[in-house]
Unconditional design. Structure first.
Length: 237
């Protein structure tokens, strides 16, 4: 498909790019390597998928940029569910990562969700200026400061149902500031879209420049999230 690449903005032959990396579906697939996508309008008619959701977005060169980030992040993400709770009982053992590569990987999830035209990501719309700012960070391979599109990561251990579902990212607010919540299996990514004041408590939860990745125990239980999903499907949320 010959069109404009969403990242470099050059007219190129585009790849059928994953919105979320294929490895994030590892725990979602069944024994036949399939999962299902649930739509709020037809919750009783799930769509079966054998490949993660894709769309023609990136040229081969830009696809390779993200592929390198994914290759780096994949073993780290796969290790997180095996981490033990730390002594504070609200976070898990820390993991040391390369700040630039892992932060760019986090930012790529948010950007791809925002530019996608797929229904599953319809709630993620950063708007022109923020989306363009994030695109430039990714194109120039600049992770920015920890508070630039900062991400707080949570883990929901011992999930029974959520890890088998693909669910739309949702909008949330902290102190009136827009945030996006993305759930991939047992891991929850909570992105702060608008920067918080330097003294705000959330600043300490973003990935710091020294690469100490802190994963928090999810404040949402699986039952809470399932109830929220049901409300959304019924149009009550």
């Amino acid at each position: 498909m010959l069109a404009t690449c969403k990242l470099c903005l050059r007219k190129r032959h585009l790849r059928n790019s994953h919105i979320l990396p294929e490895f994030l579906y590892d725990d979602v697939y069944d024994s036949k390597h399939r999962t299902f996508e649930v739509h709020g309008e037809q919750p009783d008619k799930p769509i079966y998928l054998q490949k993660g959701i894709r769309e023609y977005l990136l040229c081969d060169e830009c696809e390779q940029r993200f592929s390198l980030l994914e290759s780096y992040a994949a073993p780290i993400i796969r290790e997180i569910p095996s981490l033990q709770l730390a002594s504070d009982r609200v976070s898990f053992q820390t993991v040391t990562v390369d700040y630039t590569r892992f932060k760019l990987f986090q930012m790529s999830l948010l950007w791809r969700s925002s530019i996608s035209s797929q229904d599953l990501f319809s709630k993620v719309d950063l708007g022109g200026s923020l989306e363009e700012c994030l695109r430039q960070f990714l194109l120039e391979e600049r992770p920015g400061n920890p508070h630039n599109f900062g991400c707080v990561m949570f883990m929901l251990p011992n999930t029974m149902h959520l890890k088998r579902m693909i669910w739309s990212p949702s909008i949330d607010y902290i102190d009136g500031r827009l945030c996006i919540r993305l759930i991939t299996g047992s891991i929850i990514w909570f992105f702060a879209i608008i920067p918080f004041p330097e003294d705000h408590a959330i600043q300490k939860l973003f990935l710091p420049r020294d690469g100490t990745l802190r994963v928090l125990l999810s404040p949402w239980s699986e039952d809470d999230l399932l109830e929220e999903i049901v409300r959304t499907m019924r149009g009550l949320a």
